[in-house]
Design a binder for this molecule. Structure first.
Ligand SMILES: CC(=O)SCCNC(=O)CCNC(=O)[C@H](O)C(C)(C)COP(=O)(O)OP(=O)(O)OC[C@H]1O[C@@H](n2cnc3c(N)ncnc32)[C@H](O)[C@@H]1OP(=O)(O)O
Length: 635
């Protein structure tokens, strides 16, 4: 048993003496009227003990301090529980965003939902198996005196064991945060909350047999979980989820980074099975906005937010047209994202989360023993007009050697160069200028949009370009350079991944790329689209990328994406960074913005990637300094 005193809200430091557990269950026992105040400090304390999944079990008023058997009972859903759930996820996003928090609702059931359960008041006839087995149980139960702690710990373990299948040798942690600690942290309890004595009758929550929601549910976050949890609270029998499929995702920001449909289904199923296994779940693919909500006669309620309320009203209009009864619109509050940047949405949103993935390491690079470690070679690929050259130039300005493959390609068929004769033989003399140099525009017209002709060209020139690129890398090595950036539009198509240590891909929506190409290269829109069609799609490239960047925003924003990636090793020297790759969260933590030393890596227990073998030190230092300046501006 471990006693843990509360930590200040918002500080996510990891105490060295505290053992960490992957999964824990937090049993919240405070009365409903005081719980909202305690959630933030309790979660903050719990985050010191649990690293990955934190289940939350609500049992307001549970007494763990008497030798009598504290057992689980059904609790009727009331309106306060619904707002508590919103608050819980919103606070979790603020104080422990790295934790996968899941509020469990097996012990919540309305009288309506109890019909047919033969009067039993035990929600756990046998312990519920969760998708992650809890190793520790925590509680906010306040100790009357220190001598009581082992009794409370025993009661807590017994209680948790009756509800959930836990790992043998379950540990327990008493968090017992005091209201005084809230005041120390400048958090004043709202007067209204203090005045309440809990005696007022709680407002019951209307529940329904069958409830429906719709959404993309990409990278389940606090707002999704609130929506899902409240829907589970409202539903007594069936919960239907319309899940957006490809067709509905076309216009989403950074759609290439949306998790595949099957993965989103798996994540939803896992979450819902944990939260309320007694419900019948139906996850239905949505290829148009309404799905089953306008045809399923058994549905009674649709859960919406302020933003999707209009959609709910449209559903009801269609239902009436289809001769079905209207659904009750249950509206929940949008959760604000306290950490959103100026270009992100104010609410917690998947697009902001996808934006934050830019510049982070999505897939670790594979070690290639045949590739000399120095210089460290970044292969920068991406569709035409996606902005990779501007990124390569910025890296060059920071000390990297830029290798421009387009330009090398042109060199291979200069008159007298290795590929000149073969290209002319293959494509005819009509691709020549008067001075016998190859007219690239004319050649481009012949190959873009014609797979076979393009292949004939690349079969001739790619091996020659590869030789030139390798030569440049060798030259950089001899000059003691540390980093090379190979700017190559079709690096992945050419199979050049074995020439580089990692692959960065730049993406941009197709229409934006067309605008850029027509303006820059003065070609027609049709030619621009034909050129894009000759290349792999963004999605296909993203699948093979270690790092993805997007130049849709202004150059400073893209620069930050690169910094985020290059600074990723620093995350181990600063726990709040390691918990969230967003640099801006560390505005007050200068430590996290220094390139890590070998000791940092040792301390972290993580493997030091080859990018850090001392070779990129100077670049990292420079970038770190700039990131620090940016941070300073942001704070
Ligand atoms: C593995 C590599 O990435 S090597 C670098 C790419 N080069 C090649 O593949 C060689 C074959 N291509 C060529 O010889 C020339 O591009 C030509 C003759 C087709 C056209 O020449 P130009 O009109 O001068 O165009 P340029 O060479 O500047 O390339 C223009 C765009 O075509 C695209 N492009 C070039 N080669 C290819 C190709 N093989 N497949 C698809 N797109 C290509 C590039 O994305 C580039 O746009 P970006 O700079 O915005 O990324």
């Amino acid at each position: 048993m471990i006693n843990c005193s509360p930590t200040p809200v918002r500080v996510c430091h990891r105490p060295t003496s505290m053992s960490m557990f992957s999964t824990g269950i937090l049993v919240l026992t405070s009365p409903l009227h005081t719980l909202p105040l305690r959630i933030a400090p309790v979660l903050s304390s719990a985050a010191q003990v649990v690293e990955r999944t934190l289940y939350v079990h609500l049992h307001p008023g549970l007494n763990l301090g008497s030798a009598g058997q504290a057992g689980p009972v059904y609790i009727p859903p009331v309106a306060d529980i619904s707002s508590l759930i919103s608050r819980l996820y919103s606070n979790a996003a603020d104080v422990c965003g790295h934790l996968d928090v899941r509020v469990l609702l097996t012990n919540f059931r309305s009288q309506q939902g109890l019909v047919g359960t033969r009067g039993t008041n035990n929600p756990f006839p046998s312990p519920q198996t969760l998708s992650h087995s809890p190793e520790v149980v925590l509680t906010d139960f306040p100790l009357q005196d220190p001598g009581q702690s082992s009794l409370v710990a025993q009661c807590l373990q017994r209680y948790a064991g009756r509800c959930y299948a836990c790992t043998p040798g379950l540990s327990s942690v008493l968090l017992h945060p005091q209201l005084s600690s809230l005041q120390e942290n400048g958090e004043q309890p709202e007067e209204e909350e203090l005045k309440r004595d809990g005696a007022a009758e709680p407002e019951p929550l209307q529940t329904y047999g069958d409830v429906v929601v719709g959404g993309t549910f990409d990278r389940l976050h606090g707002a999704h979980k609130t929506l899902l949890n409240i829907s589970c609270l409202l539903a007594n029998r069936r919960f239907v989820i319309g899940l957006c499929d490809t067709e509905l995702l076309k216009n989403k920001v950074l759609k290439e980074l949306i998790e595949p449909y099957v993965l989103r289904v798996e994540r939803l199923q896992e979450f819902l099975r944990d939260v309320k296994p007694s419900l019948q779940y139906e996850i239905v693919p949505l290829s148009e906005p309404f799905g089953p909500s306008i045809t399923d006669s058994e549905l009674q309620c649709i859960v919406v937010s302020e933003e999707t309320k209009k959609g709910g009203e449209a559903v009801n209009k269609k239902r009436l047209e289809n001769g079905l009864s209207e659904l009750v619109l249950h509206e929940i509050q949008v959760i604000k994202d306290a950490h959103h940047s100026e270009i992100e949405e104010e609410k917690i949103s998947s697009s902001s989360l996808r934006f934050r993935l830019l510049g982070t390491l999505l897939t670790p690079p594979q070690d290639n023993p045949l590739l000399p470690p120095v210089p460290y070679v970044i292969g920068l690929s991406g569709g035409s007009g996606s902005g990779k050259t501007s990124i390569a130039r910025r890296l060059e300005a920071l000390g990297a050697v830029r290798i421009d493959s387009d330009q090398m390609g042109h060199e291979t068929y200069r008159p007298g160069a290795a590929a000149y004769r073969r290209v002319v033989e293959e494509f005819g003399e009509d691709i020549l200028h008067e001075d016998k140099a190859i007219n690239r525009r004319a050649l481009g017209k012949k190959v873009f949009g014609n797979k076979e002709r393009l292949k004939s060209l690349t079969d001739i020139v790619w091996p020659e370009i590869a030789l030139l690129v390798k030569h440049k890398i060798q030259q950089a090595r001899e000059e003691g350079k540390e980093v090379c950036v190979v700017d190559a539009a079709v690096l992945l198509e050419a199979g050049w991944t074995d020439m580089v240590h990692e692959v960065w891909v730049t993406i941009i929506p197709e229409d934006e790329a067309v605008l850029r190409i027509t303006a820059r290269d003065r070609v027609s829109e049709e030619d621009a689209r034909r050129r894009l069609l000759s290349q792999w799609s963004n999605a296909r490239q993203v699948e093979r990328a270690n790092v993805v960047l997007c130049t849709l925003w202004d150059p400073d924003v893209t620069q930050r994406q690169k910094m985020r990636h290059l600074l990723r090793p620093t995350s181990v020297s600063c726990s709040s960074l390691s918990l969230d790759p967003m640099l801006r969260k560390c505005g007050k933590c200068s430590k996290g913005l220094e390139p890590p030393t070998g000791e940092d890596w040792q301390e972290s227990g993580e493997e030091q990637p080859s990018v850090m073998n001392g070779v990129t030190r100077s670049i990292l230092k420079e970038i770190a300094a700039r990131a620090w300046l940016d941070e300073a501006r942001c704070v």
